[in-house]
Design a protein around this ligand. Structure first.
Ligand code: ADP
Length: 508
C-alpha cells in the first residue's frame, strides 16, 4: 500500500478507490483546537495500523492518552452545556440525516478503508456502510419524536414527565464492524441530545477518522462528536473511569465489559450499556428445508469471518438428518471463497489481527486435543495474511471449550438432538444469550422454541438479519441494554418527573 506521511492527513491508496486523504489525528475541539479539527495526541505518540491481508503496516495514527480523553471530554461537556443544548431536535435530526447522506455519497471510500483496515470483503463492507447510513438516518428521524407525557394523579397536582439527554457519553467500539458500530452508537446518542467521545478499536482506527471528517462536513457544532483512536487499557480505561462522563456504552468482549462496569461503579456510577459476546445456538429440525437451512447456517457462522458477537457458532441438528446435514454443510463451507478482500468473488477475508488469528488457531488445536472431529478446514490458508479455512467440528461434547467459549472466528461445532425439549436444553446451555435461530417448517415448533430460548434475538428460518428498526442485545452475560430500534434511545435518555402543586391552599 502506497502512502506519503504528512502531518495529520496522509495519502493512502485502496485498490477500489485509488488515492484518498486519510486523517490520522484525533478529532476533537477544545479551547485552542477549533472547529472540529484533527489534532495530534498530547504525548505525540502514534501507533501502527496493520493490513490483515498482507501483514504490512498501512500507516500510523495518533494515539489518545488519558490527557487526550480529558480534552475530548471537556470539549463534549462544553458543547453539551452550550450550543448543543439549544440546538432544536429538528436540527439534530437534520444533521444526522445529512451525515447519513454523506456516508452514502462516500460509500466506496468508506467501504474501501474498512476493507483495507479490517480485512472484510469490499462488497460486505459496502453492506456495512449502507446499514450504517440507514441507522444514522433512522435516528435522525427519531430526534424530534422523543416525547414526554402528562400523568394525572389528583386534582391538586399537575405532573409532567420529560425525557432529557444524559450528558456526555463515552462510547467504546470494537474492530469487527468498525463503522457500523460507529453509527449504532452515535445515532441514538445524538438524536437524544447528548454529546459523545467515541473511541475506535486500536486494530481499526482508519474508517472512524474518515467518518469524523464527514461529521465536520455535515455541519455538527464543535465538540458534539469527538472521535479518538487509542488503546483499551489507556484511552478506554480513561473513558470508563472518567468522573465527567455521564454514561458509557461499550461493544466488545464480555471480559472487557466486566472491567468497564467495575470502572463505572468505582468512579461516578456512570450509566452503563454493554453489548457483549455470544455462543449462539442455530437449531435445525428434521422438517426444515435442508438446502435453505444450510445456506443460513453457513452465513450464520462464516459471515464476517466468524467475527460477529451473534455468530451462530453452535449448530444443533436433529439426529434423523445429522449425517446428511454434515455432508452437505461440509460441501457448502468448502465453497466459501476465502481471499483478498478486494477480489470480486471473496466472501471471507483474513481475521483482523495476529492476536485473533493465534487465539482461533489455539481453539482449533484445543478442539482436536479434546477429541472432536475436524470435518473440514482446521488450518491456516496461505502463508501470508491472517486467513483461516472455514472449520467445522463434529463429535463434540457439551463440556468442551470449543462448545462453551466464544471463538470469534470461522469455526463452529455441530451437535445432535432428538427431541424439541433436548434442542432447547442444549440451546440454552451457555452463559451467553445474544442470539439464536430455529429452522423448521412447523409453526408450533418455531414459536415454542423461539419463546423458550434465552436470547435477545431469535431468528426463524434465517440468520444475522439485523435491522436498525429492531432492538438487539443480550440476555444473561451477553449484555446490558439494547442497541437499535426505539429501545436504544432509552440508553441515552433520562426521565425527569416534574410535579406541580396547583392552587394556594395551605399545606398541612
Ligand atoms: P477483542 O478482545 O475482541 O479485541 P475487546 O473487548 O478487547 O475485544 O475490545 C473492544 C473495545 O474495547 C476496543 O475499543 C478496545 O480498545 C476496548 N478495550 C479493551 N480493553 C479495555 C479496557 N480495559 N477498558 C476500556 N476499554 C477497553
Amino acid at each position: 500500500m502506497l502512502f506519503i506521511m504528512g502531518d495529520l492527513n496522509i495519502k493512502l491508496k485502496t485498490p477500489q478507490t485509488g488515492e484518498y486523504d486519510q486523517p490520522t489525528g484525533l478529532l476533537y475541539s477544545h479551547h485552542s483546537f477549533i472547529n472540529n479539527e484533527f489534532v495530534k495526541g498530547v504525548d505525540g505518540k502514534t501507533f501502527e495500523v496493520i493490513n490483515p491481508t498482507t501483514e504490512d503496516v498501512i500507516c500510523s495514527v495518533h494515539e489518545a492518552s488519558e490527557k487526550d480523553v480529558d480534552i475530548a471530554v471537556s470539549a463534549a461537556r462544553k458543547a453539551f452545556e452550550g450550543s448543543w443544548k439549544t440546538t432544536t431536535p429538528n436540527e439534530r435530526g437534520r444533521l444526522l440525516v445529512k451525515l447519513a447522506d454523506l456516508w452514502e455519497k462516500n460509500m466506496d471510500l468508506l467501504a474501501s478503508v474498512e476493507a483495507l483496515d479490517n480485512g472484510k470483503a469490499f462488497t460486505m463492507a459496502k453492506g456495512d456502510i449502507s446499514a450504517g447510513a440507514n441507522c444514522l438516518r433512522y435516528y435522525g428521524g427519531w430526534a424530534d419524536k422523543i416525547q414526554g407525557k402528562v400523568v394525572d394523579t389528583n386534582a391538586e397536582t399537575f405532573n409532567y414527565i420529560k425525557k432529557e439527554p444524559i450528558g456526555v457519553c463515552g462510547q467504546i467500539i470494537p474492530w469487527n464492524f468498525p463503522l457500523l458500530m460507529w453509527s449504532w452508537k452515535i445515532g441514538p446518542a445524538i438524536a437524544a441530545g447528548n454529546t459523545v467521545v467515541l473511541k475506535t478499536a486500536e486494530q481499526t482506527p482508519l474508517g472512524g477518522l474518515v467518518a469524523a471528517a464527514l461529521v465536520k462536513e455535515a455541519g455538527f457544532p464543535p465538540g458534539v462528536i469527538n472521535i479518538i483512536s487509542g488503546f483499551g487499557k489507556v484511552a478506554g480505561a480513561a473513558i470508563s473511569s472518567h468522573m465527567d462522563i455521564d454514561k458509557v456504552a461499550f461493544t466488545g468482549s464480555t471480559l472487557v465489559g466486566r472491567t468497564i462496569m467495575k470502572a463505572a461503579a468505582g468512579s461516578n456510577l456512570k450509566k452503563v450499556t454493554l453489548e457483549l459476546g455470544g455462543k449462539s445456538p442455530n437449531i435445525v429440525f428434521e422438517d426444515a428445508d435442508i438446502d435453505n437451512a444450510i445456506s443460513w447456517v453457513n452465513f450464520g457462522i462464516y459471515f464476517n469471518h466468524g467475527q460477529c458477537c451473534c455468530a451462530g457458532s453452535r449448530i444443533i441438528v436433529q439426529d434423523t438428518i445429522y449425517d446428511k446435514f454434515i455432508q452437505r454443510f461440509k460441501e457448502r463451507a468448502a465453497q466459501n471463497n476465502v481471499g483478498d478482500p478486494f477480489a470480486k468473488e471473496t466472501f471471507q477475508g483474513p481475521q483482523v489481527s495476529q492476536l485473533q488469528f493465534d487465539r482461533i488457531m489455539g481453539y482449533i488445536e484445543e478442539g482436536k486435543k479434546a477429541g472432536a472431529t475436524v470435518e473440514t478446514g482446521g488450518k491456516r490458508k496461505g502463508d501470508k495474511g491472517y486467513f483461516i479455512e472455514p472449520t467445522i467440528f463434529s463429535n463434540v461434547t457439551e463440556d468442551m471449550r470449543i462448545v462453551q467459549e466464544e471463538i470469534f472466528g470461522p469455526v463452529c461445532t455441530v451437535s445432535k438432538f432428538s427431541t424439541q425439549e433436548e434442542a432447547i436444553k442444549i440451546g440454552n446451555n451457555t452463559n451467553y444469550g445474544l442470539a439464536a435461530a430455529v429452522h423448521t417448517k412447523n409453526l408450533n415448533t418455531a414459536i415454542q422454541v423461539s419463546n423458550a430460548l434465552k436470547a435477545g434475538t431469535v431468528w426463524v428460518n434465517q440468520y444475522n438479519m439485523l435491522s436498525h428498526q429492531l432492538p438487539f442485545g443480550g440476555f444473561k452475560e451477553s449484555g446490558v441494554g439494547r442497541e437499535l430500534g426505539d429501545a436504544a434511545l432509552d440508553n441515552y435518555i433520562q426521565v425527569k418527573t416534574v410535579s406541580i402543586r396547583l392552587g394556594d391552599a395551605l399545606f398541612g
